[in-house]
Write a protein that binds this ligand. Structure first.
Ligand code: SAM
Length: 240
């Protein structure tokens, strides 16, 4: 199937994204480990370290899913800080909340759309979005909303799949369009959702395009860091 994500109406995309994550929620963590050979854990650690978040900080994790990134931030901010785990999808959040509780971490959890946040302006020291921006229907609206809730001096951290180094592209395409859907079918009994993953990566902005988009929206000192030859990139931008 070619979903042709650029061409479908916004509402339809939102519904498809919701279905994808309801469908994969139970196997989501296992699939992440398998698909990335465990590397997603290192990428998330790198992104959190790059945030420079310290004890006592207020952090908002958007599209936080099963809570990997929120958990890492919680270890940094300590008992004086706050970390909010938010996502549009209830199934993902329930798994995340239960897992964090099992580990003795009780974080505030809010089901909300990353493009319309129920938080006041100028509040957070850091907003993080790991593998979530790709799923937003209106990226500019979403980025502007994250800028709004950041306090002056606060920063946005975006961890996302990006453009892989050109010589590796054929190999990467082979992996993402053939191996991934196969893994999805065998492990998560859902090839279509992992086909969607490959498609959505292909149409996502490149490193430079995302940097420009962040600057247009009003972020400053925007930089990005490639990981694994650009398979993923971490973008950081400040609100001043
Ligand atoms: N951040 C987590 C991680 O890195 O493991 C989860 C990433 S998962 C690939 C993408 C998440 O984005 C899903 O949990 C999905 O429900 C969420 N999502 C999709 N569209 C969203 C939206 N408009 N607002 C908030 N979350 C959204």
């Amino acid at each position: 199937t070619d979903f042709g994500f650029q061409k479908i109406p916004e509402q339809e995309k939102a519904i498809r994204v919701a279905n994808v994550f309801h469908s994969v929620a139970a196997r989501y963590d296992l699939m992440n480990d398998l698909m990335s050979a465990g590397l997603h854990r290192l990428w998330k650690r790198f992104a959190v370290r790059l945030s420079g978040v310290r004890e006592g900080a207020r952090v908002l994790d958007v599209a936080g899913g099963t809570g990997d990134v929120a958990r890492l931030f919680a270890g940094r901010v300590g008992s004086r800080g706050e970390v909010w785990l938010t996502d549009i999808n209830r199934s993902m959040l329930e798994i995340g909340r239960d897992r964090l509780l099992d580990e003795g971490l009780a974080l505030p959890v809010v089901q909300c759309d990353g493009e319309r946040l129920p938080f006041r302006s100028n509040h957070f020291d850091c907003v993080s979005v790991a593998f979530g921006l790709r799923n937003m229907t209106r990226k500019e609206t979403a980025l502007a909303e994250w800028l709004r809730v950041l306090r002056p001096g606060g920063r946005l951290i975006v961890l996302e799949f990006s453009r892989v180094w050109k010589p590796l592209a054929p190999l990467y395409d082979l992996y993402s369009f053939n191996v991934l859907p196969l893994m999805g079918r065998i492990v998560a009994h859902d090839a279509a959702s992992y086909q969607y993953l490959a498609e959505s990566i292909r149409v996502h902005p490149s490193q430079e395009e995302l940097k420009e988009l962040m600057e247009q929206v009003g972020f400053q000192r925007v930089e990005y860091f490639n990981l694994c030859a650009g398979i993923v990139a971490v973008h950081r931008g400040y609100k001043f």
